[in-house]
Write a protein that binds this ligand. Structure first.
Ligand SMILES: [Zn+2]
Length: 490
């Protein structure tokens, strides 16, 4: 009776707008009958008033006798309607119910699952259809076609929304375990809790069996999630490849979402539109861990007259200390989101670094480490390949007799003629660098003499292999020529 009453109330709501006129006209055709007392029979053209159905519902028990009388009156046939679709004509309602049960059993057997089928079933008495009675096989076929058949399946729902349907609860559980395992596979870690960040539930629901996904499909779908629009602001050191990698995208994805931007020329602060995947499920884990951390050392400065002013010397090497931390770490999908320090123990204290700063007056002939331009003039030939030969220095054109100065302090190691160089001065700056000044006209220094930065050492000439007055200036680092234009400005 429970079922019948519920069904009636539903019908009453459906027809609450019925017109009284129509009701009066058709009321005599109305029957509330039922095979096994389960079905409402309505004339298919009829519209009912809510009031009358209510009255009928209340007198439900009293219509058994009435039924047989009425059935006799319309003994020919019934049209069967499922979900509003007429699909069969039967002589007895039993013929339909037999077929209906058969379909249900078949589906139950095939799916090995509980099945629910349409409840929207009605019968309409018809006349003159004797030759059009639907045969059993056709009725079975039609029931499968028009009936709303649902099987019991397992649903994974997230934040109250059903996301995937699985064949059964065991598969749903396996899927959730597998997703959890992805972020909890660290060895040596004891997780104190492993939970879903979102509200994730497994429930049993009735659904169309065609909506069931395989385990792999469901895993893919849950991991891929939905797309989410995001704006990324380019920061220092980022290029499109780095940004793409960060969000699990490709450079092409970024190009596609930002057609007006050249991905090879990103500027700091530039905003990029990104469509990034957002997984449906994320895993929140908590773990206790013991970690060692370095304690940085401090630096103390002292003075010493053992070295020149401006020079520094480490007199005590600094050593980092160590501390052991007991921490409680929360991670979302493996990424640390919180770290709480529960206990801290110093394993070793850091050792302060001591740097001595020189106070000894610096002699002018000590190299400063910064080169001055050796002469005034015009750059006529750069460093590097020239006419198929390597040019080991730069050429600076200037009139004969123009002063040449020491680019930095040091000691003169050569002052004389040397082949293609002509008259040449070499200064050793005693810091790994040597400078060469070639094609000179005359010398102002001798070998072994100490010179200070800016001191006149020679004059511009045209000696050796030279096609006009100029200085050929070389900078050598540990004997190897390097580009002087990295040190001087012309
Ligand atoms: Zn040259």
């Amino acid at each position: 009776m429970e079922w019948h009453t519920k069904e009636l109330v539903r019908k009453i709501v459906a027809i609450k707008n019925a017109s009284m006129d129509r009701f009066k006209k058709y009321t005599k055709d109305m029957k509330i009958l039922g095979g096994k007392n389960r079905v409402i029979i309505l004339n298919k053209y009829m519209v009912l008033s809510a009031l009358i159905v209510m009255v009928t519902a209340l007198s439900l028990y009293g219509i058994h006798n009435y039924k047989s009388v009425e059935t006799e009156m319309f003994s020919n046939a019934y049209e069967v309607i499922i979900e509003g679709v007429p699909f069969a004509v039967v002589r007895n309602k039993e013929d339909f119910w037999d077929a209906f049960s058969e379909v249900k059993e078949q589906i139950q057997e095939i799916n090995d699952k509980e099945v629910v089928m349409s409840e929207e079933i009605s019968f309409v008495e018809v006349k003159g259809y004797s030759g059009e009675i639907t045969n059993h096989e056709k009725m079975i076929r039609n029931i499968k076609l028009v009936s709303d058949i649902k099987v019991k399946v397992a649903a994974i729902s997230i934040e109250g929304e059903v996301i995937v349907l699985l064949d059964n609860i065991d598969i749903a559980r396996e899927i959730l375990e597998e997703i959890k395992a992805e972020f909890t596979n660290e060895e040596d870690v004891e997780y104190t809790s492993i939970e879903f960040y979102e509200d994730v539930q497994i429930e049993e629901v009735f659904s169309d069996s065609r909506d069931i996904r395989s385990k792999d499909e469901a895993l893919y779908y849950l991991r891929k999630g939905t797309d989410e629009a995001k704006i990324h602001e380019v920061t220092s050191g980022e290029n499109s490849w780095v940004i793409a990698k960060k969000y699990g995208l490709t450079v092409e994805d970024i190009e596609e979402a930002n057609p007006e931007i050249n991905p090879n020329r990103l500027k700091i602060g530039q905003e990029l539109n990104l469509i990034v995947p957002k997984p449906y499920i994320s895993i929140l884990t908590k773990e206790h861990a013991t970690i060692m951390k370095n304690i940085p050392f401090a630096t103390k400065y002292t003075k010493t007259d053992a070295i020149y002013a401006g020079d520094r010397m480490i007199t005590v090497r600094g050593v980092q200390g160590k501390k052991e931390l007991k921490v409680f770490i929360s991670r979302r999908n493996g990424e640390k989101i919180e770290e709480e320090i529960l206990e801290e123990r110093i394993v070793s204290n850091p050792k302060t670094r001591v740097i001595a700063e020189g106070t000894k007056p610096r002699p002018a002939t000590i190299a400063t480490g910064i080169f001055a331009n050796p002469t005034r003039g015009r750059l006529t030939s750069p460093f590097g390949m020239r006419w198929g030969r390597r040019h080991e220095g730069i050429d600076i054109a200037a009139p004969i007799g123009t002063p040449i100065i020491a680019a930095d302090g040091g000691v003169v190691t050569f002052a004389g003629r040397r082949g293609a160089y002509g008259k040449l001065v070499i200064i050793n700056h005693e810091n790994g660098f040597q400078t060469y000044y070639a094609h000179c006209n005359g010398f102002n220094v001798k070998v072994g003499e100490r010179v200070h930065k800016g001191q006149k050492i020679a004059t511009v000439g045209n000696t050796g292999r030279s096609t006009g007055p100029h200085v050929h200036f070389e900078v050598r680092k540990n004997g190897v020529p390097v580009n002087p234009l990295s040190f001087v400005n012309y």
